[in-house]
Design a protein around this ligand. Structure first.
Ligand code: GYE
Length: 335
């Protein structure tokens, strides 16, 4: 897959790489450079999802800081959660003839056409954080990010292991409400799937309501308010990210209940605010999702541009946190 795209890319990008290995430009190249620069600097166009969560803020910072530290020229766009903005940004990177495009797709589907355009222009594409669902896997070089199904499974495993304590109402059933991420986004689809596959081991656990909170604090709060209004037997909240869990905490407290006790809360991400709530006993368990993808992304970009073979999938390493572990880890938490 990598090789094929690189052959297509060669015509356009070769002069840049020749320059980067010689260290300097030459007259022979003048006028024929079509890679967007002629000094060997790598230019990356990055199309970010938005700024919806603490995770996203940490992810953006990691990408920007690593690019700067490594002398990679970064063109950065914030799509504000809209796929059409993201497609527009990618098109503009193609027009600007950047050396490499990286992006974190807002949703999984609908990127085939623009990725074909990038391929036709000979610009390699690296997926970071989220997957796309495309017919032709040669439309991107590699996908760097978490295993979201595994994250959902870890959340489900914890609930199965802690089922007895999680039956807060003591009626023999554990009623779970789920705060989903953005509809159609890889982490929302996969985390729900992983969670469901694990809780099915215990008949007493039941997801009684599930709705998107758009991965935002406000969204989580609003959805939780409506769940609380229509159901007074909620035992557990499973939120697809910390921010929605933090919004749910506000709604639970406003309803006169104690988060972490009257209603158990499981979230994913482990950003500082989430870890603080976990250490304070307001969240019960967090599955980690690592946003610090900058170093691995820049490394992959360099390899792809140097014609090196890269794996089709690079999975980030992550763990889980209980309340005790959060208290211990919090002082060193960077984000
Ligand atoms: O969990 C959530 C963010 O795609 C892994 O997006 C990312 C998710 C993350 O908004 O907080």
């Amino acid at each position: 897959m990598v090789k094929k795209t690189l052959v297509a890319a060669a015509a356009i990008t070769l002069s840049t790489f020749a320059l980067s290995s010689c260290g300097n430009g030459s007259e022979a190249d003048s006028g024929s450079d079509s890679s967007g620069n002629d000094d060997g600097t790598i230019t990356m166009g990055f199309a970010q999802v938005g700024a919806e969560s603490g995770w996203r803020t940490a992810n953006t910072k990691s990408i920007q800081e690593t690019a700067e530290a490594e002398g990679i020229e970064l063109k950065f766009n914030d799509a504000q959660g809209k796929q059409e903005n993201q497609i527009q940004a990618i098109r503009s990177y193609i027009q600007q003839k950047v050396d490499v495009i990286a992006f974190s797709p807002v949703v999984e589907t609908g990127f085939d056409a623009v990725l074909q355009e990038a391929k036709a222009a000979g610009i390699p594409v690296i997926l970071t954080d989220r997957a796309v669902d495309v017919e032709d896997p040669s439309l991107y070089e590699t996908f760097l990010g978490s295993d979201f199904v595994l994250e959902g499974e870890r959340a489900g495993d914890w609930l199965v292991e802690n089922a007895k304590d999680s039956d807060v109402n003591g009626d023999g059933t554990i009623n779970v409400v789920q705060l989903e991420g953005t509809t159609g986004a890889a982490p929302a689809i996969d985390r729900a799937e992983g969670f469901a596959s694990k809780i099915s081991a215990d008949d007493s656990i039941e997801v009684t309501a599930s709705q998107t909170g758009e991965f935002t604090r406000d969204g989580g709060k609003q959805v939780m308010e409506s769940f609380l209004q229509s159901d007074d037997s909620i035992d557990v909240v499973f939120a697809h990210n910390d921010d929605m869990g933090l919004g749910a905490i506000e709604a639970i407290e406003a309803a006169g209940l104690e988060p972490g006790k009257d209603i158990k809360i499981i979230t994913i991400d482990a950003v500082k605010d989430g870890m603080t709530a976990l250490a304070d006993g307001k969240i019960n368990f967090i599955v980690e999702c690592n946003p610090l993808l900058g170093p691995q992304l820049m490394d992959l970009a360099k390899k792809v541009l140097d014609g090196e073979e890269v794996p089709e999938r690079v999975v980030t390493d992550e763990g889980t946190f209980t309340q005790e572990q959060a208290i211990e880890a919090l002082p060193q938490r960077q984000y």
